[in-house]
Design a protein around this ligand. Structure first.
Ligand SMILES: [Zn+2]
Length: 204
């Protein structure tokens, strides 16, 4: 139904439960949407999680004395930026957190990535897929295009001191930074692809 509406020029917004933005594609195919139609009609997929924001009144710079330091430094590959730690005060009821913020990833298909949508949906790849030295999966194509995974956005916000690594891990299971050496490029959720805030701006 949603896809029929999209084909006739309507903007359709829908919510699905998947672990990440790109996961929405095979999920929609599972729900009976032909992959070739998704390739033609999908405009954007966004995945987001709400995390607690560090209390601005009491948070403190993250230092090696803090129990969270080692874990945070590992996730951020020793580039902790201006990361901060929770403390607790009267205005946050001692929790160290006050308010929320979203961490997000947004996939906007373009001419380069669109052909991979059909592939991700289990369909036959188009002629532009699998070019010598080019991406071989939707995920690779999206990252080559500039797509930043949720973990990248999360890392930026931890580096900025807006939230903490333990808070990120509480709401979103990220793959560990040292789980596999063979899969280094896929298993480093906190590797920044640049210092811009593209994901946030697109999501706004
Ligand atoms: Zn506080």
């Amino acid at each position: 139904m949603a896809i029929k509406a999209a084909m006739t020029g309507h903007l359709v917004l829908a919510t699905l439960h998947t672990t990440n933005a790109l996961g929405a594609i095979p999920r929609l195919v599972d729900l009976g949407v032909p992959a070739y139609l998704l390739e033609e009609t999908l405009l954007a997929v966004m995945s987001q999680r709400l995390v607690r924001r560090l209390c601005e009144r009491c948070s403190v710079p993250l230092t090696p004395e803090n129990e969270e330091y080692e874990m945070t430094a590992r996730w951020l590959q020793n580039d902790i930026g201006s990361a901060r730690a929770s403390a607790g005060c009267g205005s946050c009821d001692g929790s160290g957190y006050s308010g929320r913020l979203a961490i997000a990833e947004v996939f906007l298909p373009d001419d380069e990535t669109r052909p991979f949508i059909r592939l991700a949906g289990g369909g036959v790849a188009g002629p532009r897929v699998g070019l010598e030295g080019g991406p071989t999966t939707l995920e690779e194509a999206a990252i080559a295009q500039g797509f930043e995974e949720l973990g990248v956005d999360a890392a930026k916000k931890v580096r900025r001191g807006a939230t903490t690594m333990s808070e990120i891990l509480r709401v979103h299971r990220l793959e560990g930074p040292d789980e596999s050496d063979d899969d280094a490029d896929g298993a480093s959720p906190s590797e920044p692809h640049g210092e811009s805030d593209q994901a946030e701006e697109r999501a706004a």
